[in-house]
Design a binder for this molecule. Structure first.
Ligand code: ZN
Length: 253
């Protein structure tokens, strides 16, 4: 007998790639400074040909079309496959890892993944993290501390303060010493928001994990592409988002 909660989770797994596809369209239109509302139906980003129903199936259509438009053969943005699979995998992972936990823990974890994934892609696209997401995320972090029983509100508040102080000090010191921005204010706001989410005890670990993973990525790029790769500016948002999701799961499981 499948319970209504299991039905809801199954619905989320099935709908996750469709939602990822919808968010991809919005992000691509935002980057190209096009209206996010029009056209209502999906079209090719190059020839504006309206997509057929069989070309709108997340993941499957990308594979069938071999990643290019069925009419003009222009490559489809890789954001689609990244977010469609990302939404599907993160939703499935949250359910599998937290299967024996309460439904509200699972739903909030899926909600965070569905915020962090587009935020990471936005940072890769535009090299910035919008206040429109980071500030409400900080509010959501504090509110869950008040209403949900995982991290106490006091720990969340201290996490908010510690996240802000640590990242702001690093950002200011780096700018003064190197004469350029290392850690942007968008990153500072995201670290502050995550601090409010996970509580102060895990903030140093979260920053350590995110910094280490970003450093490993740079080293890997230098090994693959040579020394020039080390001079390029890399967006820190995806590392912060990925690590904060993992630390959040650790904190509640
Ligand atoms: Zn086309």
């Amino acid at each position: 007998m499948i319970t209504s909660e299991e039905n809801l989770l199954l619905l989320l797994v099935v709908s996750a790639p469709f939602f990822g596809s919808f968010i991809s369209t919005l992000l691509i239109r935002l980057e190209r400074k096009k209206s996010i509302l029009k056209p209502i139906f999906s079209t090719c980003q190059n020839c504006d040909q309206r997509l057929l129903l069989k070309h709108k199936l997340p993941i499957l259509s990308y594979i069938i079309l071999k990643g290019s438009c069925y009419r003009c053969k222009t490559p489809i943005s890789s954001i689609y496959i990244m977010l469609e699979t990302g939404f599907f995998i993160s939703t499935s992972l949250a359910i599998l890892i937290l299967f024996n936990e309460s439904i509200d823990k699972i739903l909030f974890t899926i909600f965070l993944a569905w915020i962090f994934l587009p935020l990471s892609v936005f940072d890769i696209q535009q090299q910035r993290l919008p206040d429109l997401v980071t500030i409400p995320l900080a509010c959501a972090g504090l509110l869950q501390g008040y209403f949900l029983p995982y991290v106490t509100f006091f720990d969340c508040l201290l996490g908010f303060i510690l996240g802000f102080v640590l990242s702001a000090v690093v950002s200011i010191l780096y700018s003064k010493l190197r004469g350029r921005t290392g850690l942007g204010w968008g990153d500072v706001k995201l670290i502050t928001a995550v601090g409010a989410l996970i509580g102060w005890q895990l903030v140093p670990w979260f920053i350590f994990l995110a910094s280490t993973s970003a450093l490993l990525y740079v080293i890997l790029q230098i090994i693959i592409r040579g020394g020039q790769a080390g001079k390029e500016r890399i967006p820190f948002g995806p590392f912060l988002c990925g690590c904060s999701w993992l630390v959040w799961i650790y904190s509640i499981s």
